[in-house]
Design a protein around this ligand. Structure first.
Ligand SMILES: *Cc1c(COP(=O)(O)O)cnc(C)c1O
Length: 381
């Protein structure tokens, strides 16, 4: 029965002692979530005691999680669980915008924001980022983008802000951008895929009308799972009930996450709340790490001082090495792996992203030591 078990265990994953992949740092399961994954792995496992609505299930305590715990955590009136950040964005766009409307988004937006808009039949106007090395997003950029959209005729029905973006880890001034959007009566959707579950984010305090998060990106869940929160005004259309199927919410196709991913999100949640409290330490660590990397000759792009664990580096020195190293540009991946470090994409040298989230100083010292040794080992004699 377990004949093909070896196909799925310890062979296919690219793991090392220390993983600095930004995509994966925040999604590592807690021991509780790992246990929940096994316990709830069977299909439709959460539906034992369901009376027709996923978010009203009392055993396990989904109802309390969705209707009390998450709204308080996110600072919104209503929350639902989705299959991920992208599904949340699409549901909101599909519910709030008419085909042909404009959606305004920052130039650092994730590709899934673009696809969600395309799938919903929307046109996009961008608030571009400033040039290198900052790639900053401003409220003025949003105002100009809204004005440009209106000049081209049609309605601007939503603004999307990436907070932070997945390239540079920049955290724009949400309050100022929300204020600017509201001046034009445009609601703001905050894409917190890289923030919710890592750092404190409160939609109400920030002025965001809709907020989305990613369980597998930043909430220590196996996924695919995400959260979608909205203020009462926008929750009504987004979570509207079917006209024919009793109690089923149309944008969610009735029920979203129907098993283990939801339970891993719930099982990790207390630990997630706790780690969010320690966010200032994460920022300190990221800044220290960035400064040490720069001493080794790499240059951090994006906000400085940096405010997030996701960081983008330019590394001309590593690129130079790739020109003469055995295996060329794959040397960095190989040499880091030999030192127990993974998470930088194979083949990248000149620029790459990494994350320090949840790693201790000792582990980060090892990463810095590895970079230092690698650079040293290729120094021409
Ligand atoms: C990872 C990421 C997403 C996609 O998240 P999913 O939950 O996998 O849909 C969206 N936006 C940003 C900024 C991301 O970094």
């Amino acid at each position: 029965m377990l004949d093909n078990l070896e196909k799925f265990c310890n062979l296919l994953r690219d793991t090392a002692e220390i993983n600095i992949d930004p995509l994966q740092r925040g999604g590592i399961l807690t021991p509780e979530a790992r246990a929940a994954l096994l316990e709830w792995g069977d299909g439709y496992s959460v539906c034992d005691f369901c009376a027709g609505r996923l978010d009203r299930i009392k055993t396990p305590p989904v109802e309390e999680f969705v209707h009390d715990v998450l709204p308080e955590f996110l600072g919104t009136d209503e929350v639902r669980v989705t299959h991920g950040a992208r599904e949340g964005k699409f549901a909101a766009m599909h519910a709030l915008c008419e085909k042909g409307d404009w959606v305004v988004m920052d130039g650092n937006a994730h590709y899934t924001s673009v696809l969600a808009a395309e799938r919903a039949g929307l046109r996009i106007e961008y608030a571009p980022s400033s040039k290198e090395p900052d790639y900053a997003i401003s409220a003025e950029g949003f105002i100009e983008a809204i004005e440009r959209a209106y000049e081209q005729k049609g309605n601007v029905s939503l603004a999307v802000l990436t907070y932070p973006d997945g390239n540079y880890g920049n955290l724009p001034d949400v309050k100022a951008i929300a204020y600017a959007c509201h001046d034009y009566s445009v609601p703001l959707l905050l894409n917190g895929a890289y923030s919710i579950g890592r750092m404190p984010v409160n939609a109400r305090e920030l002025g965001a009308d809709i907020i989305i998060g990613s369980g597998h990106k930043s909430m220590a869940a196996s996924g695919p799972v995400g959260v979608l929160g909205a203020s009462e005004e926008y929750a009504k259309p987004i979570f509207r009930i079917s006209s024919t199927k009793k109690n089923k919410e149309v944008e969610l196709l009735g029920c979203t996450v129907r098993g283990a991913p939801l339970l891993t999100l719930m099982a990790s949640f207390p630990a997630v709340v706790e780690r969010v409290r320690h966010w200032p330490e994460e920022v300190d660590k990221a800044r220290w790490f960035s400064a040490e990397m720069e001493k080794l000759g790499m240059i951090q792009q994006g906000e400085r001082p940096h405010n997030h664990d996701l960081m983008f580096f330019l590394a001309e020195n590593l690129y130079d090495i790739s020109q003469r190293a055995k295996k060329g540009r794959y040397f960095l991946y190989r040499d880091l792996k030999e030192r127990g470090i993974c998470g930088i994409k194979p083949g990248l040298t000149r620029q790459f992203k990494l994350s320090t989230f949840g790693l201790g100083r000792v582990e980060l010292e090892k990463v810095l030591q590895a970079f230092s040794e690698i650079i040293e080992s290729y120094r021409p004699t």
